[in-house]
Write a protein that binds this ligand. Sequence first.
Ligand SMILES: Nc1ncnc2c1ncn2[C@@H]1O[C@H](COP(=O)(O)OP(=O)(O)OP(=O)(O)O)[C@@H](O)[C@H]1O
Length: 205
Amino acid sequence: MQLVLEGLSKKYPKNKLFEDLNQTFESNNAYAITGENGSGKSTLVKIIAGVTAPSKGQVKFIERGKDVKKEHIYKLLGICAPYLTLIEEFTLKEHLEFHSKFRSLQVGKKLMDEIENANLHNSINKAVAEFSSGMQQRLKLILCCCFEAKVILLDEPTAHLDSKGIAWYKDLLNRTIDEKITLIASNDPAEYNDFAKKIINIGIE
Ligand SMILES: Nc1ncnc2c1ncn2[C@@H]1O[C@H](COP(=O)(O)OP(=O)(O)OP(=O)(O)O)[C@@H](O)[C@H]1O
């Protein structure tokens, strides 16, 4: 599959971000999206996810040579980003049950093993409102990486993680991204160096 950015630009009334971005992302590859603070990395991820509209240009998802219809794109995406929040009243278990209703588990993954790997096994019945920021981040990464997706969008994926959490993130990603398009929006090489074959800097010089 391919994810194509065609002449993509974004500006706000007082702020011009990126302009005429043209890029093709291919399956089985990971890419880093870098750029100084405020350059528009998160905005680009939101545009790809369909949450924010571009000022110009378009994003295309192409599968077996055909454009994927807008209404089906969400099925292709796994997203972990600071602005995507968990449901505070739900327990960890309820989050997993909720996601399982509309998304199948990635082949080869066992949710309870992943929960244990993430060191969340003692918090299965705890409401997410009682989770620390690092625990919430681990759960977001599990939801993003353990359920079927062809495109993985990660925005600052190791935010709030300690060194053990970062090691766990790298292991999880190593077991997840084969055959997928993975985009990592970040300025921290530790988040993408082991994975990204290409670094795309979107800052306007
Ligand atoms: N809804 C909005 N209205 C106006 N300006 C916005 C809006 N959303 C974001 N911006 C501005 O767009 C710019 C890019 O923001 P964005 O969060 O995409 O940058 P970033 O590269 O991810 O930054 P950082 O490295 O700090 O995370 C910022 O200057 C931000 O203030």
